[in-house]
Design a protein around this ligand. Structure first.
Ligand code: HXC
Length: 521
């Protein structure tokens, strides 16, 4: 064997060794937990044969606690570039088989390298997290490593899409970096996110709680709103990531890929002409409306289990990717509250940052009143949604289906927040407040006098409410002032949106020169 061939053999052996990560036993343990290894996950995510790994031979530099004897090629993260559906992405996957995927300075350097490349080349960053956080043996160096990653997460925000998959128990820095990214996915039952694990919680607060109830996928999907998507296992999470990417551009200077569309843009929907119940206080399902108007009825929902009163997600009109924001009358009558507001605000801002037009479907009776909301800063959270809509310069089309009252009317993409096209169904009710609330304020004195005079107050109030309803509970008052551009037949909604998007294809709108705004938070 020539020296050259011998050296090539050594390279092949080293590669094989690196590919084993923490070793066969640790891999078996990972599989037994229903999880895949870092390399298996990357293989499942990217186009076959497209992954190009970097820093496979990099080693950690720690000499504390006997770590110098625990050296594994590549340390606890696999990093590199690849393509997904032919588009360039940068990926990294933490390897739990190596010191529980805990972050060393070396790992941070590897991760930062590909984050820098993603920024330079305008490609999304996808991270697969399975890590116990900062590597305890490395002390401040591990923290410094996280600091470097966080800074890059912040700099990349709004420049390239950043997507995090949580595929194991993640703590400390391993949850803060994902929190700085645009979308978080979690696998059910095998992934957890918490700043500190159950043992630390027990020590500090005395609270007895298991990992699932402290930071499982269900908790973050329904209660905290930290995660945007959950799926049964690694495989399903990775498949969902690919679907999400199909709706997104690779960076903030590009448009999302436009798909070939076979669904006629002038397809009408008779169902929409009959979808609203006669009783304005009765609910209907907004998902049905969405399904009637989007290309092939498809809708990729973001945060489906959190703040169900506001639906957010991606769809296409004539092949063009859009973000849909819609009130859901079936959940708390579609009212806006703290959670719905912050969910909507974040989504709208993402769409605006990445040139994705926003279509709003409005049926909102108002903001939820009460101490529960006020104490949780509904004023600030509502203002976030307001700010997000008002700041967004992407094409904005608002369709008012039914109710649009008070502050929530303004917040949900009204004309004055620089919405481009505002259409209303003939059933729209656009006013300061609903009839009963308005009459209770406006006619209180008169009602009191009538009561004292022994007159029929109920009949009086009913009459006043009817007068108010006739005057305000329609779209024509708003249309009279040009606040609604047109009152449209519901069946034509898809066509009007498609045509509107075509008109707005080259929209240019600027914000005043500034470093950045101070969004209420
Ligand atoms: C070094 C770690 C580690 C860590 C896990 N390991 N976390 N090594 N530093 N942070 C090692 C374990 O010692 C073990 O090594 C192997 O990884 C697998 O861990 P297990 O505990 O056996 O696995 P499991 O029972 O599944 O529990 C996983 C876990 C738990 C929930 C992640 O390990 C854990 O609670 N780790 C600490 C989490 C934490 O508090 N992190 C915060 C760090 S501070 P062996 O050799 O036995 O196989 C931080 C601050 C950053 O991140 C800044 C934030 C802003």
């Amino acid at each position: 064997m020539s020296k050259q061939v011998e050296k090539i053999k050594t390279l092949v052996e080293k590669r094989e060794q690196a590919r084993l990560g923490g070793g066969l036993k640790a891999i078996e343990k990972q599989h037994a937990r229903g999880k895949y290894t870092a390399r298996e996950r990357i293989d499942m995510l990217v186009d076959e044969g497209s992954f190009e790994e970097y820093d496979m031979f990099k080693l950690h530099q720690c000499h504390n606690f006997g770590m110098e004897k625990k050296q594994i090629l590549g340390d606890g993260v696999v990093t590199g570039s690849a393509t997904i559906d032919g588009r360039l992405v940068y990926v990294y996957a933490q390897d739990f088989t190596v010191n529980g995927g805990s972050l060393s300075l070396t790992m941070a350097q590897k991760i930062c390298k590909i984050m820098d490349l993603a920024m330079q080349n305008g490609a999304p960053i996808i991270c697969m997290n399975d890590s116990g956080g900062a590597r305890i043996q490395e002390g401040i160096c591990a923290l410094a490593g996280y600091g470097e990653i966080f800074e890059r997460n912040i700099l990349a925000s709004g420049v390239v899409p950043q997507i995090s998959a949580i595929l194991g128990p993640c703590a400390g820095g391993a949850v803060y970096s994902p929190a700085l990214t645009d979308f978080i996915f979690m696998s059910e039952r095998t992934s957890y996110m918490f700043l500190t694990g159950p043992k630390v919680v027990k020590t500090v607060t005395g609270e007895d709680i298991d990992a699932e109830h402290l930071g499982g996928a269900s908790v973050h999907a329904t209660k905290s709103g930290v995660t945007h998507f959950t799926a049964k296992n690694d495989t399903e999470v990775l498949a969902l990531i690919k679907t999400l990417l199909s709706y997104l551009p690779s960076n903030n200077t590009e448009e999302a890929p436009r798909l070939q569309n076979e669904d006629p843009i002038n397809r009408t929907s008779d169902l929409l002409n009959e979808i609203l119940p006669d009783d304005p206080n009765q609910a209907y399902n907004m998902y049905k409306v969405i399904g009637e108007i989007t290309d092939n009825g498809e809708f990729f929902e973001v945060q489906p289990k959190f703040a169900k009163n506001l639906i957010t997600g991606f769809a296409r009109f004539n092949g063009q990717s859009v973000g849909i924001v819609a009130n859901q009358p079936q959940a708390y009558a579609g009212v806006l509250d703290t959670n719905a507001s912050r969910k909507g605000a974040r989504f709208v801002r993402f769409c605006d940052a990445f040139n994705i037009p926003i279509v709003s479907l409005v049926d909102v009776p108002g903001f939820l009143p009460g101490t529960g909301q006020e104490y949780n800063a509904v004023i600030l959270h509502g203002a976030q949604l307001l700010y997000a809509y008002g700041e967004a310069t992407v094409p904005k089309i608002t369709i008012t289906l039914r109710k649009s009252y008070g502050g929530s009317h303004i917040v949900m993409g009204c004309k004055q927040l620089r919405s481009d096209l505002n259409f209303a169904w003939p059933t729209a009710e656009i006013a300061v407040m609903g009839a009963s609330g308005a009459v209770a304020v406006l006619s209180a004195k008169e009602a009191k006098m009538k009561k004292e005079a022994g007159e029929d107050v109920r009949a009086f109030l009913a009459e006043k409410e009817e007068e108010y309803t006739n005057l305000f509970a329609n779209p024509y008052q708003a249309a009279q002032y040009g606040y609604i551009d047109d009152v449209i037949e519901p069946r034509n909604t898809r066509f009007r949106i498609c045509r509107g998007l075509a008109q707005l294809a080259h929209k240019r709108q600027q914000l005043p020169a500034k470093k950045h705004g101070c969004m209420p938070m």
